[in-house]
Design a protein around this ligand. Structure first.
Ligand code: SIN
Ligand code: CO
Length: 387
């Protein structure tokens, strides 16, 4: 599952240099012969599940009258006859549909820790969720049907919102570009760029591959919380030993304070927090439990030399190197120390997501690498697939 080298004719280096985080770009036929990732009735079926996040937007009447319903949906939500347009939006489809997880792998020219999820929308003709902006980078891929997208001004937290009680819709939208997307076309939209899409046909399916970035406020707050939880309350800040007026907070007091903070502000702490935070599961209600496998069963699979080992759908992996040649592998918000003998396996899993069993043999020649494989397998984060 190799990442794309081009988006249509556009080399990825040029996309990253000229568009990523800067301006929208539409790529015609980025996915030639696009096969639908999921049928509309299966998408509706997913939205009935309690662990799946979904929304339904009904465009009846004026924009301010549009209705937003949060999932899980009920059968009657889809049996209902509507004479107005509507959209079903389902988050985290990559957790449930292997083809959606594989689609994400094509976007791994962006670091995996930036990835958020794949959202799929189903819309009837004329439907749309209104003009808005997201704080995410998003690749909008037309799966089925047609949709007209318009991109507009760059917004910020001061941008005026319409007085809708549930939907975050822009009060003003200044159209800059219009694109009619057909199956296989892609529109990249950077964070804060206003956009709106309207389905030009029934059965309009859009796949949104979203990338998030923590805000500076989340970085500062998250790191401080993480470190705070590890420090003993016995460690206390000392006051300056220099005589000073009782009312003053002196430069020496501030220097002591800075020393306490600097002591924690090292790459190891940063990496531990960042790896755990960015690999935390997007959907924590999913149960990945897998039947435990022992060394003997692993040996049998290796002897059969058939199939692949896959990172389970929705599982987030990332790693950082340590000074001693080992690494920390982060999986689903947990840190796993990998000695040097296990790093090739950890890298292959985190970078490739799928490994042929025949290629796995040379990655698990040591006790440490076999142990790592079994830990990940027995958590349900990787699985053997013989199809
Ligand atoms: C949609 O697919 O209808 C909306 C996606 C978006 O604008 O973020
Ligand atoms: Co959007």
């Amino acid at each position: 599952m190799l990442p794309l080298t081009h988006l249509g004719d556009l080399p990825i280096e040029e996309f990253l240099r000229d568009y990523w985080q800067q301006k929208p770009v539409c790529i015609r036929n980025a996915f030639a012969n696009m096969e639908p990732l999921i049928a509309a009735d299966e998408l509706a079926g997913l939205s009935l599940e309690p662990e799946v996040e979904s929304r339904l937007v009904e465009n009846e009447g004026d924009i301010l009258d549009w209705r937003l319903h949060h999932g899980p949906m009920q059968e009657h939500d889809f049996a209902k006859q509507r004479d107005y347009p509507w959209t079903l939006l389902v988050q985290g489809v990559d957790h449930f549909v292997p083809a959606a997880f594989d689609l994400v792998a094509k976007f791994r020219f962006i670091p995996a820790w930036r990835f958020d999820d794949v959202m799929i929308s189903y819309a009837t003709k004329g439907a749309g969720v209104g003009a808005h902006y997201d704080r995410y980078d998003v690749f909008l891929i037309q799966g089925e049907g047609q949709r007209r997208w318009q991109t507009g001004q760059v917004c910020n937290s001061e941008s005026k919102l319409a007085a809708h009680k549930d939907l975050c819709l822009l009060q003003d939208f200044v159209t800059e570009q219009t694109f009619d997307l057909h199956p296989g076309d892609l529109l990249y939209i950077p964070p804060l760029v206003a956009h709106q899409g309207v389905a030009l046909s029934d059965n309009c399916m859009t796949y949104s591959v979203g990338f998030r970035a923590p805000s500076h406020s989340e970085v500062m707050g998250g790191f401080a919380d993480f470190i705070g939880q590890q420090l003993s309350p016995d460690l206390r800040l000392c006051n300056s030993l220099q005589p000073q007026p009782a009312g003053e907070i002196s430069a020496n007091d501030l220097a002591n304070l800075r020393a306490v903070i600097n002591q924690q502000l090292n790459d190891e702490n940063l990496a531990q927090w960042f790896g755990c935070m960015t690999t935390e599961p997007k959907n924590s209600s999913l149960d990945y439990s897998e039947e435990a496998m022992d060394k003997a069963e692993l040996a049998t699979i290796m002897q059969d030399a058939y199939g692949v080992i896959r990172v389970a759908e929705g599982v987030r992996l990332a790693y950082t190197w340590q000074g001693d040649g080992g690494m920390t592998l982060f999986a689903q918000g947990e840190a796993i120390a990998c000695p040097p003998e296990a790093t090739d396996l950890a890298m292959a899993l985190a970078n490739q997501l799928v490994i042929e069993v025949t290629d796995l043999a040379c990655l698990i020649t040591t006790e440490a690498s076999q142990a790592l494989l079994l830990v990940l397998h027995n958590q349900g984060w990787i699985y053997f697939d013989d199809e």
